[in-house]
Ligand binder design. Structure first.
Ligand code: MF3
Ligand code: CO
Length: 251
């Protein structure tokens, strides 16, 4: 399926979906403390999503067993919540969540420190979030998609971190994953599609403290860094407009 341009009606629904998801993230952020289990975060997340009249888009997606991806330390993305997995002081934890509201999707991720974290971990989280903001400076009609990718890569690497290659952002709308794919590094060939008003994109830098290589655990989901160093993730659903991009999944 080609890149979809959303109508004003669709955009309004995606705004509502995004606000709900932002609120879910803000509620979950309050739970992050040493001792909580990753399954408790998932349970609360699913409850918040359903209470807002939404469907948790991740649950059952290609067999994914939970509503929230909870990825700790060297886990890059798609960590599976587990009742035996407790968060410890000094961990970093990324929460990735998606909602479906009136048939439209929103997708967003945040990374938090658990209690006090070391300076390198804090820098990794700060740089990852700033990568998103550096990227969306170029999320404007008339620019090319890989302008976003390049800006993310430049900011991550200039801070001594690396960009995960094997996972990318994506268009979003009625489907969670629509075209185009949005790498967080500049592909060797081409400039990517030209951005147009009405495109909705999930821009999601995944940044490693060490090397960019990852692999997948035996559970067939959890993506971890090969070198065991930490990784952070920050994502929002963004609307391309005639002017500045609109971040839909923020309050
Ligand atoms: N937020 C993820 C993405 O952008 C999706 C999680 S995968 C799932 O691709 F299986 F958990 F849904
Ligand atoms: Co996504």
């Amino acid at each position: 399926m080609a890149v979809t341009i959303k109508s004003e009606r669709e955009i309004q629904i995606m705004r509502d979906a995004g606000k709900i998801l932002a609120e879910v993230h803000d509620r979950l952020a309050e739970m992050i403390e040493p001792g909580i289990t990753t399954l408790e975060i998932d349970r609360r997340g699913e409850e918040l999503i359903r209470n807002a009249g939404c469907i948790p888009s991740f649950k059952g997606y290609e067999g994914y067993p939970a509503s929230i991806c909870v990825s700790v330390n060297d886990e890059v993305v798609h960590g599976i919540p587990n009742k035996k997995h407790r968060l410890f002081e000094g961990d970093i934890v990324s929460l990735d969540a998606g909602v479906i509201y009136k048939e439209y999707q929103s997708d967003a991720a945040r990374t938090y420190g658990v209690g006090q974290v070391d300076a390198e971990s804090q820098k990794l989280m700060d740089v990852t979030k700033e990568c998103f903001y550096q990227g969306i400076r170029f999320a404007k009609a008339g620019n090319h998609l890989y302008d976003i990718s390049s800006a993310i890569q430049k900011y991550a690497e200039s801070n001594g971190f690396s960009v995960v290659r094997d996972l990318v952002g994506h268009g979003i709308g009625k489907e969670m994953h629509e075209e185009p794919q949005i790498p967080n590094y500049k592909p060797k060939i081409g400039r990517g599609i030209r951005l147009c008003p009405g495109m909705t994109l999930a821009i999601e830098p995944m940044i490693n403290a060490g090397a960019y290589d990852v692999w997948i655990l035996e559970d067939d989901w959890t993506v971890v860094t090969r070198d065991g160093k930490k990784s952070a993730h920050y994502e929002n659903t963004v609307l391309i407009t005639d002017g500045e991009p609109e971040i839909l999944s923020l309050i």
